[in-house]
Each structure stands twice: as C-alpha cells, then as structure tokens.
Design a protein around this ligand. Structure first.
Ligand code: GTP
Ligand code: MG
Length: 196
C-alpha cells in the first residue's frame, strides 16, 4: 500500500480539496486504534501513539493508493479530560459525522475486553443517524481466549445497539488478525461507490 500523510485539521473547512471516499477510524482512547491502523496500512509507526490521550483534537488525513482517505480521529472517553476538552471532542465528532457532503465509512473500534460505554453508544448513535456504512472492529482479540470471544462479541453488538447485520471484524494487531477482512470491506464499499 502506498500511504501519504495529507493534512491535519480541527474542522471541516480544512479537509483535503480532493473528494475521495473516507474511512474513519474511531475508538476509545487505548482501544488499540494506532496499532490497528498500522496493521491495516502495513506500517510500523504511521499512527504514532500521541503522547497525551485526549489532547489531539484533529482529523488526520492519509491518502492510500490515491484511492481513498484513511481518517484518524482522536481517541475518546479518556477519563482525565476537562469539560472543555470533552466538548471539543464531541463537537469535532458530531460535525465530522453529521457532514453529508463526502462519502464517509467508519470503522468503530471496540476493545474486545470491555463492554461499550456511554461514550461508545453516543458515537454509535451519531454514526447511525448520519447513515454512514459502519463496521465494528473488535480489537486485541488475542487478549480473550477463543471459546470466550463469541460472548464478548455479542455484548459489544448488543451494548452498542448495533443492527445485527452490521459487519463485525475481529482483529488483533499483535497477531496480525483481521487485515484481510478490513480490506475486503473497504474494497466492497469502494466498488459500490464507483457504481453509484
Ligand atoms: P491512544 O492513542 O493512546 O488513545 O491509544 P490507541 O487506541 O491508539 O491504542 P494503541 O495502539 O496505542 O495501543 C494501546 C495499548 O494496547 C498498547 O500497549 C498496545 O501495545 C496494546 N495493543 C494494541 N493492539 C493490541 C493487540 O492486538 N493485542 C494486544 N495484546 N495488545 C494490543
Ligand atoms: Mg493512538
């Protein structure tokens, strides 16, 4: 994959001039987002762990193979953020997800070990309201023993109130699981987009 950083922006006005399908990566702080992006892009350190959780308030655009954008959004739900930072986070997410002027699809990342929080449910609600295609990516599945995984998956889907036919992709950046399934979903949407 050929990947280039395009731009970082705190608002919609700063998005790239060229419109292409965008795949947004959303998830709680520490859910494994940077690791999964690096797995997906086959890069070691593209999505660097940003020093202080909750501080990054930017949409980070990368262009992949000149075909689509990967948009890295800040991790949310970090306990130690101020009210002001929390409001900035909410505004950024709501604005980005509510925009209907560009083709956006979302990978909603969920640490397989944890039940969805109120923040996770709120984000899921914004994605649904906007009508964007969404896949749930369960992260760090190597942390839960095989036989117990299905139960965790059900709790994630149920806890988010997700449609049962929402694509659900188990992943592990540590073990290299899930990349092909993520790519297949991306390719299917790119194909649908071309035909539209
Ligand atoms: P912030 O940017 O700090 O919000 O975190 P993040 O969501 O980008 O997560 P990051 O990729 O930095 O991973 C957080 C921690 O989980 C790190 O200690 C990773 O090594 C670990 N981790 C990430 N993915 C996996 C995985 O698939 N398996 C295991 N076992 N650990 C993982
Ligand atoms: Mg990160």
């Amino acid at each position: 994959m050929h990947v280039e950083f395009v731009t970082s922006t705190p608002d919609l006005a700063g998005r790239p001039d060229t419109v292409l399908p965008e795949f947004a990566f959303l998830g709680r702080s520490n859910c494994g987002k940077s690791s999964l992006i690096n797995l997906f892009l086959e890069r070691r350190d593209l999505a660097r762990t940003s020093g202080k959780p909750g501080k990054t308030r930017l949409l980070n655009y990368f262009i992949v193979d000149d075909r689509f954008y990967l948009v890295d959004l800040p991790g949310y739900g970090f306990a130690k953020v101020s009210k002001v930072q929390r409001e900035q986070w909410r505004r950024l997410f709501r604005t980005y997800l509510a925009a209907q002027d560009r083709p956006v699809a979302v990978f909603h990342l969920m640490d397989v070990r944890h039940r969805p929080t109120a923040d996770d449910r709120e984000v899921a609600g914004w994605i649904r309201e906007a009508g964007h295609p969404c896949a749930i990516a369960a992260t760090k599945i190597d942390k839960v023993g095989g036989p117990r995984r299905a139960g965790h998956y059900r709790e994630i889907v149920g806890g988010l109130g997700a449609d049962p036919d929402t694509p659900f992709i188990p992943t592990s950046a540590a073990k290299g699981f899930g990349r092909q399934e993520m790519l297949a979903w991306v390719e299917a949407l790119l194909e649908a987009n071309r035909e539209a």
